[in-house]
Write a protein that binds this ligand. Structure first.
Ligand code: ATR
Length: 479
């Protein structure tokens, strides 16, 4: 690499600034830019000496400073800001330059931008970046999609250098054409929603079902982090639960308002699943649970109005705590199985040829859902690349079989106690629905035929059939 930077980054808010520093820490020259110059000045004053960083006030100066082919990464707010920045940069670029959007773009926007930018001969890479503030600085999981050849030649060496590494393998791989990288990042975020919902339900049941105090629950999460449940989110659950509020001396979790926010990637994942006809119940229930959590005033009013149990009265129930670990693991398998089924469906429909095992590999480190069991997912796809559903892989089928009795007890017990467990319950319903060779949809088809003449198929011969419900009740085969 010459001393003239190949890599430029615009947008020096938290994620952009940390990514630029990460690149510079690897001795790769970086030219930075930000719309508001004062932010650039503060960045250079604080971090300019950490590596080969140079700053530019204008877009023209910034683009002009880069060696060709230029690699320019945009780290600004997703949506209209990204379009505005692309429009501003594009006239300064030349054919063969590479524009990367590292924001949380909707994959449909990335597909549109890929085409629009490509019309100017400029390559476009839409890249998911996960890991939050800390990951961006010390090693994120990176999910790049778009034009492959320029990616491999000019971007890959930089991304692989700055990505998290697990067992010597970078948590970064080329995902697929056009919007594939941002799509996979969206599903990653959806899985993160489901993981967090399962954790919240576990906490609720440990507290109001098993009767444990908050510090004991923190220790339970620490123990779980020594098991097959080992993951970043379980680890930080223990930390949040162990935290005491300085002002009141109470557990921090008791003074935080019970109303969860969302930026929209979980909702996108659920919407996409509905459009594709993928049963993504875990993630979707997690999105709805956040929606319900936001109705704080209504819930407070309803608490006095609507009858029912609200947890366990009396002493601790150790058996529920024991069962919960199994229920959590099984439900987590189901939510990943659903997320991977969604990626498989999208890959097929969009012609992306996603390597699902590789997605598990790049999520092993750097990102928020990093977890021990992602290795097992990769092994499952290595053994059987066309696996119809992750639950069918030997390892996971056996894990679900072992977990199912305690899982059922947890769901039954939570219903009795009036503790809502939408993620646990819907995961179990999906498992039971999926393993059912014959279900009750025959009745639904019968109903549809009666009220709307929608016809039905038979189990014993081909064709479409309709009953003359308003006539003589006879069956007719339709051509
Ligand atoms: P974070 O959530 O980490 O704070 P963000 O809101 O996703 O970051 O992105 C903020 C970044 O987008 C900032 O660098 C901001 O530039 P300013 O420092 O000038 O505010 C940049 N940004 C937002 N809208 C922009 C636009 N229309 N054109 C250029 N940059 C923009």
């Amino acid at each position: 690499m010459t001393s003239q930077p190949h890599f430029g980054l615009t947008g020096l808010a938290t994620m952009g600034a940390n990514l630029a520093r990460n690149v510079a820490h690897h001795d790769i020259p970086v030219a930075v830019h930000n719309r508001t110059t004062s932010r650039t000045e503060t960045f250079m004053a604080e971090h300019g000496a950490e590596g080969p960083l140079s700053a530019h006030d204008s877009i023209a100066g910034w683009v002009g400073a880069l060696a060709r082919p230029r690699v320019l990464m945009i780290m600004v707010q997703a949506g209209a800001a990204t379009d505005a920045v692309i429009e501003e940069i594009l006239p300064h670029l030349e054919a063969g330059d590479i524009l990367i959007d590292g924001g949380n773009a909707n994959f449909r926007d990335t597909q549109r931008r890929h085409e629009a930018v490509g019309a100017h001969g400029v390559h476009f890479i839409g890249s998911g970046v996960s890991g939050g503030e800390e990951g961006a600085l010390n090693g994120p999981s990176i999910m790049p999609g778009g034009d492959r050849a320029p990616y491999e030649e000019s971007v890959r060496p930089i991304f692989e250098a700055i990505a998290a590494q697990v067992d010597g393998t970078p948590c970064c791989t080329y995902v697929g054409p056009d919007g594939a990288g941002h799509y996979v990042k969206m599903v990653h975020n959806g899985i993160e929603y489901a993981d967090m919902q399962l954790i919240a339900e576990s906490y609720d049941l440990l507290r109001h079902g098993a009767g444990l105090e908050v510090p004991e629950i923190a220790r339970q999460f620490e123990r779980w982090n020594e098991s097959e449940l080992e993951s970043f989110l379980i680890e930080i659950s223990a930390r949040v639960l162990a935290k005491t509020d300085e002002a009141t001396g109470r557990p921090l979790v008791d003074v935080i308002l019970d109303s969860a926010g969302q930026k929209g990637t979980g909702r996108w994942t659920a919407q996409d699943a509905l459009e594709r006809g993928v049963a993504l119940t875990g993630i979707t229930e997690a999105v709805f649970a956040r929606t319900l959590s936001a109705l704080k005033d209504e819930r407070v009013a309803a608490a006095d109005r609507l009858a029912g149990p609200t947890g366990r009265a009396g002493g601790a129930d150790a058996s529920l705590a024991e069962d919960l670990g199994h229920a959590l693991y099984a439900s987590k398998i189901v939510s990943y199985a659903q997320g991977f089924a969604q990626m498989a469906a999208a890959s097929e429909a969009e012609g992306w040829q996603l390597d699902l095992g590789a997605m598990a590999t790049i999520w092993r480190g750097g990102c928020i859902i990093r977890a021990r069991f992602l290795d097992r997912i990769r092994e499952a796809y290595d053994a059987e690349p066309n696996l119809a559903n992750l639950m069918l892989a030997e390892f996971f089928a056996q894990a679900l079989e072992r977990a199912q009795e305690p899982w059922r007890r947890v769901v039954a017990r939570s219903a009795e106690l009036g503790i809502p467990t939408p993620a646990f319950s819907s995961s179990l319903a999906y498992y039971d629905g999926y393993r059912r060779a014959r279900g009750p949809a025959s009745l639904i088809q019968g109903l549809r035929d009666l009220f709307g003449a929608h016809t039905y198929r038979r189990i014993d011969r081909d064709g479409s059939f309709h009953i003359a419900w308003g006539g003589d009740g006879s069956e007719h085969e339709l051509g």
